[in-house]
Design a protein around this ligand. Structure first.
Ligand SMILES: Cc1cc2nc3c(=O)[nH]c(=O)nc-3n(C[C@H](O)[C@H](O)[C@H](O)COP(=O)(O)OP(=O)(O)OC[C@H]3O[C@@H](n4cnc5c(N)ncnc54)[C@H](O)[C@@H]3O)c2cc1C
Length: 446
């Protein structure tokens, strides 16, 4: 670039410095690697300086916020610079306008819990420690999404730093193509985001949570009842089903209903009558307590995880169910899992080209993962997740960019369907040299 004098600013930690060993830790140990330097940015200028420094010194770069990336080299890079927004974790709520201005380093749990205490709700998922920085860019869903949409559907504006180090605003009036791409186009590709502005919603005083547990052996009965009910129910009801490996033995359905206990109990009858549940909790709680019920603390994982994900447009018949069952029967890892969540409602009312998030019309979302501790089990664990992906292909569509899988070669159409070409054009405009890249970032169009 013809000059070579930008200094790194912020909290800078090189290999060998105090704090480096903590900085390398991510939620999923499988993705850990050894970068040259971490820059814990305190503001957008620190992010800008780090981008310029990386370019001047020809060092690969990544952006990281909540450290929950699920595959390798997305938010960290060996020998490179990792710009981490984890110290930028403040937010401001405008109660009159129902708007929250949020720094990307805050985690979902502290944000939605603080909003709830002020009487507002925003989408949250199944882990409080996921970073707002990453989840927003890929969509972001949880049990409220059928009521109020994806996290990215509630994004009104953002501040981002482009590949030249310029600090930009993006919203429906300014850099609107960048704003379109930032709502579902995935992280680390279009800009390194330093502030999000979200619409938030008035929370009810109370809501109803539930959890139903079955003996693991009844997974098929429970799953059939779940899929026959949940994609079609009242959209105030968001639900997920988790079936862990046989060695773990947990098979349960949880969720949140923005209504009363008697109403929910009525809706849940087909599930309650399926098999012989061993534990049933249906409780109306103050709204902030609902979040605590569904989002208990989620410490950094002590196992390695490999995920893949997809959606289903049809109810599963015998074949996909037996693929799932066989995987769970054979998986040696205690946290190996199949996970489902019901789709529809507010998610499906947004046209698929209105934002970059494409998969709006399926019945349900699914992801599956293998876990292992012993390195000797890594290869077989990775192979088992890939084998399920291959076997499920006839029964599912797409894949969720926030639960990425680097085995997917045609990741552009898998993550973004027909929105992929437009994303490539936005990339060509804002980062034609593909400075912001990782194994599954959007490449610029030629
Ligand atoms: C335990 C767990 C539970 C989860 N539950 C849900 C769920 O319920 N719903 C859901 O939708 N997803 C869920 N996810 C997936 C989650 O949305 C992704 O893992 C998300 O990318 C994590 O973001 P992060 O900031 O924590 O991760 P990071 O590792 O920091 O970043 C992940 C990706 O986002 C990019 N990125 C991070 N910060 C920025 C930024 N400031 N600007 C631009 N790009 C950025 C990174 O470059 C990287 O590509 C879950 C993941 C885990 C591990």
């Amino acid at each position: 670039m013809g000059f070579n004098n930008t200094q790194l600013t912020g909290r800078v930690i090189y290999q060998g410095d105090p704090g480096y060993d903590e900085a390398v830790l991510n939620w999923n140990p499988y993705v850990n690697t050894l970068p040259l330097v971490f820059v814990f940015a305190q503001n957008a200028c620190d992010v800008s300086n780090a981008i310029k420094w990386a370019r001047e010194n020809d060092v690969p770069l990544r952006i990281r916020s909540g450290r929950h990336a699920l595959d390798k080299d997305l938010s960290v890079v060996k020998g490179g610079i990792v710009i981490d927004t984890g110290d930028m974790n403040q937010f401001h709520l405008d109660k009159r306008k129902h708007i929250a201005t949020v720094q990307p380093g805050i985690r979902v749990g502290p944000l939605v819990k603080a909003l709830a205490r002020e009487g507002f709700m925003a989408v949250f998922g199944d882990s409080p420690s996921v970073g707002i920085g990453g989840i927003t860019t890929g969509g972001g869903f949880g049990v409220l999404s059928r009521s109020i949409g994806l996290i990215s559907d509630n994004l009104l504006a953002l501040e981002t730093v482009d590949a030249q180090g310029n600090i930009l605003k993006a919203n429906p009036a300014c850099n609107k193509d960048l704003f379109w791409a930032s709502r579902g186009g995935g992280g680390g590709t279009f800009g390194y985001n330093t502030e999000y502005t979200f619409k938030v919603h008035r929370a009810p005083e109370t809501a109803t949570v539930f959890d139903i547990v079955w003996p693991w052996e009844q997974l098929e009965t429970a799953f059939r009842a779940w899929q026959n009910l949940m994609p079609f129910v009242d959209e105030r009801l968001g639900s997920y089903m988790e079936i862990l490996s046989k060695v773990n033995g947990l098979c349960h359905v949880s969720g949140l209903f923005l209504g009363s206990r008697p109403e929910l109990t009525q809706i849940l009858q087909p599930l309650l009558n399926a098999g012989t549940p061993t534990n049933v909790v249906i409780e109306t709680l103050f709204y902030p307590d609902c979040i605590d019920f569904l989002d208990p603390p989620d410490p950094i994982a002590d196992q390695n995880f490999k995920f893949s994900s997809a959606w289903s447009k049809n109810l599963w018949q015998d074949e996909p169910i037996s693929i799932m069952k066989q995987f769970l029967e054979e998986a040696p890892g205690t946290e190996s899992n199949f996970y489902f969540t019901n789709w529809g409602g507010a998610i499906s009312r947004v046209p698929k080209d209105k934002t970059a998030f494409y998969w709006r019309s399926p019945l349900f979302y699914t992801e599956w993962n293998a876990t292992w501790i012993d390195p000797s089990e890594e290869a077989s664990s990775l192979a088992s997740v890939e084998s399920v992906r291959q076997q499920l292909k006839p029964y599912v569509v797409g894949s969720y960019v926030n639960v990425p899988d680097e085995n997917i070669e045609n990741f552009g159409s898998a993550y973004w369907g027909t929105n992929f070409a437009r994303l490539q054009r936005v990339k060509a405009k804002y980062d034609p040299e593909n400075i912001f890249n990782h194994p599954q970032s959007v490449p610029p169009s030629c």
